[in-house]
Design a binder for this molecule. Structure first.
Ligand code: PGA
Length: 251
């Protein structure tokens, strides 16, 4: 059985001081979580995060990772730097990275490769635009994103990663895909994995939904057979809301 995994993506929010406060609120609220819990704060909060969450059930993630070990890559960060802080997960290919920072299928694949080579689990994001959904292109587009991101991975590697299905039109907009719509696309992603990497990898890979997931809709999304968790933006910035998503409490 796949263990559910809920990850908070704080994006470009929280100073180190504010991060300390939020982690301190989250630790007691999340201590009995039945699923895996990951927090991806900004890089500048990794130092306080490392100190505060040591010995707790909260795992540390980041929002990006570079493919090279070191070098002339201004503004980027390497796996070696991240490992120092005990980082275990890295979001790769978030639609905001693809949209605003020129991330491509190729660089997503290279970043995911670097994460895996360094014992960091990539959370690979895929998702269609509203135009693509309305034009009936969702399945073709997402399966090509998945194939490109996973290119060159072994079956065992694919079984160990996280894929996040995040329809772009649902991110930060308050518009969530219905649970049925999300399930349909997530099941299609699992099928794409099965075709390329076999049934075992497809049965093992954990696939999250992301896009305006909140305490109200989390339970119905999580009840879907192929949805194994969530990547939470806005609702991860408030301790109580995030804890309720983790507990899947309905209001
Ligand atoms: P949101 O963001 O929950 O604020 O829609 C999700 C994400 O971008 O990962």
């Amino acid at each position: 059985m796949r263990k559910p995994i809920i990850a908070g993506n704080w994006k470009m929010n929280k100073t180190p001081e504010e991060a300390k406060e939020l982690f301190s609120e989250l630790i007691p609220l999340l201590k009995d979580a039945k699923c895996d819990v990951v927090i991806c704060p900004p890089f500048t909060a990794l130092c306080p995060a490392k100190k505060l969450i040591g010995g707790t059930n909260i795992h540390l993630g980041v929002q990006n990772i570079h493919w090279a070990k070191s070098g002339a890559f201004t503004g980027e960060i390497s796996a070696d730097m991240l490992k120092f802080f005990g980082v275990e997960y890295a979001i790769v290919g978030h639609s905001e990275r693809r949209q605003y920072f020129g991330e491509t299928d190729k660089t997503v694949n290279m970043r995911a490769r670097a994460a895996l080579d360094n014992g960091i689990t990539p959370i690979i994001c895929v998702g269609e635009s509203l135009e693509q959904r309305e034009g009936g292109e969702t399945n073709a587009f997402i399966s090509s994103q998945v194939r490109a991101a996973l290119n060159g991975m072994s079956e065992a590697e694919v079984a160990s990663i996280i894929i996040a299905y995040e329809p772009i039109w649902a991110i930060g907009t308050g518009k969530t895909a219905t649970a049925e719509m999300a399930e349909e696309t997530v099941a299609m992603i699992r099928q794409t994995v099965a075709e390329r990497f076999g049934a075992e990898a497809a049965a093992a890979v954990r696939i999250q939904y992301g896009g305006s997931m909140n305490p109200k809709n989390a339970a119905s999304l999580m009840a879907m057979p192929d949805i194994d968790g969530g990547l939470i933006g806005g609702a991860s910035l408030k301790a109580e809301d995030f804890a309720r998503v983790v507990r899947c409490d309905e209001q």
